[in-house]
Ligand binder design. Structure first.
Ligand code: MV4
Length: 480
């Protein structure tokens, strides 16, 4: 493989290209008109414009991207995350055009794109599932019987949904029929597929996911877990590896279950198996993400494995050069997603120009970003500016480095989630490890962040005055 095209933008396009370059592979960037001067375009060896700013006129134009790839003699396409990364037809077309798809096969993408198909695929593999049903349901009477069996509250989920879309909690039987009708029509209009199913509602779960990796020769590995419970509206904001709640035994069990899920769909490459972990540390398979995930760096830092390099090697048909026994967790990593959003205004996207943009650096600090000072934050795409990742020998050291890095990060012109990150990393619940997916809802409010910031400013002022008075005393500065 001599040349790869990265069908993406922003930090992930850059991140993929960096590994390609390290491996001696040439890179091709695609870009929309608003991204003409973006870092991923400047970094690439070659770059082509695919279209106008809206994604469906540029980064989502699969056929056009394949044509461009062919005309530039590209050997492989890496889709990053989002956009075309979980589009089975696109993956197929890439391969049909004799270009290597750097991702899992279309079969795995298709199965895992449907929650019911996923449940069906793994059913013979002895994987813990949330109590519930594994087929679409439309009859309210049947739903009532099933709900009575598993017990309220229950959760109605859309088979085609993902990231929490189309989910409804039902507390009692009298609401079930109505909620089910709504869920079906919502799923119908949102996904063009009205299939819904029922599960027991797990009230205070942690979201733990396992990184898996496999080659085309039948070797499957897991690279341990990531803790992703700190999220708001199904958008992750803080991730870490390893999780503080897993012991060796549970880690091994979940890792083995994740590998089985990967085997069940003949998975190839890097993928992620999501689980819920309840208060009693029972885990349940939720879904599999058939792409490189945003939060992959925390896994890279604790394992020393470059996941993009492995994706490329596997796509080239190489055998994985390490086994499960070779993999060890070393140290601890935390990640903060830095969004151009205002944490004081309910995380509204904050558009504008990066009048000042200086990222932190230092020992144990990794910054995956795709922006530069002076750039405008486009309104057309995800407003994530950067991922700030810190590493330490211990969790405490990783957190301390994170807090210092947040302090050192200078952004002017847009609001960011940096102050929110500080709030999380300083919070007692996060520090103690005693939190679940309700962390943000339970502990965060704009008022708390505001008063915390004001209190810090007040203390800083007191310290400055004290220092001034002390200096004046010692230096016998003129008292004017
Ligand atoms: C659940 C659940 C509780 N019980 N399923 C949300 C996104 C989708 N991937 C699955 N999700 C959930 N499924 C049962 N049976 C709670 C969630 C959930 C959640 C899961 C992971 C991370 C954050 C979450 C936030 C709210 C709800």
């Amino acid at each position: 493989m001599k040349k790869i095209l990265v069908a993406n933008r922003g930090e992930i396009a850059l991140r993929v290209m960096k590994t390609a370059r390290k491996m001696g592979i040439k890179t091709v960037a695609v870009f929309s008109t608003v991204d003409r001067n973006a870092p991923h375009v400047k970094y690439a060896d070659e770059a082509v414009c695919v279209g106008e700013a809206p994604s469906n006129k540029s980064y989502l134009l699969g056929d056009k991207i394949i044509e461009l790839a062919k005309s530039l003699n590209v050997d492989g396409i890496h889709p990053g995350y989002g956009f075309l990364s979980e589009n089975a037809e696109f993956a197929e077309k890439v391969e049909q055009n004799n270009i290597t798809w750097i991702g899992p096969g279309s079969k795995a993408i298709r199965i895992m794109g449907s929650k019911l198909a996923a449940k069906d695929a793994v059913k013979d593999y002895d994987i813990p599932m949330v109590p519930g049903i594994d087929e679409a349901i439309t009859d309210p009477e049947r739903a009532k019987r099933i709900a009575a069996e598993i017990g309220f509250p229950i959760l109605i989920k859309a088979s085609a949904g993902g990231g929490g879309k189309g989910m409804r909690i039902v507390e009692q039987e009298k609401d079930l029929e109505d909620q089910m009708k709504r869920a079906i029509s919502e799923a119908e209009s949102a996904f063009g597929d009205g299939s819904v199913f029922i599960e027991k509602y797990i009230g205070s779960p942690r979201h733990i996911e396992i990184q898996v990796l496999s080659d085309t020769w039948g070797n499957y590995l897991h690279l341990f877990e990531r803790e992703c419970s700190i999220q708001r509206r199904h958008q992750k904001v803080v991730e870490e590896a390893p999780s503080v709640v897993l012991n060796e035994e549970l880690r091994q069990k979940m890792g083995e279950a994740a590998v089985k899920v990967a085997k069940a769909c003949d998975y190839v490459g890097a993928g992620t198996v999501e689980f819920l972990l309840d208060e009693n540390k029972n885990f349940y398979f939720l879904e599999m993400n058939t792409r490189l995930q945003v939060e992959h760096p925390v896994t890279e830092l604790i394992t020393g494995i470059d996941l993009v390099e492995q994706q490329i090697r596997v796509a080239r048909g190489e055998v994985l050069k390490f086994s499960q026994q070779d993999l060890k967790i070393s140290g601890h990593a935390v990640e903060l997603r830095v969004y151009a959003e205002d944490p004081l205004e309910d995380f509204m996207p904050s558009v504008g120009t990066l009048e000042k943009y200086r990222g932190p650096s230092g020992e144990g600090v990794r910054l995956d970003d795709g922006f530069e000072e002076g750039m405008e934050v486009p309104i057309y795409y995800d407003p994530m500016l950067a991922k700030l990742i810190t590493y330490g020998k211990s969790r405490e050291e990783a957190i301390q480095r994170m807090l210092q890095a947040i302090k050192d990060y200078e952004v002017k012109g847009v609001s960011t989630t940096l102050p929110f990150g500080k709030f999380v990393f300083e919070h007692e619940a996060f520090r103690s490890g005693n939190f679940d997916t309700h962390f943000v809802k339970k502990y965060y409010s704009a008022e708390k962040l505001q008063s915390q910031t004001e209190e810090e400013a007040r203390l800083a002022a007191i310290i400055a005055i004290r220092q001034y008075l002390e200096d004046r005393e010692q230096l016998r500065l003129p008292n004017n």
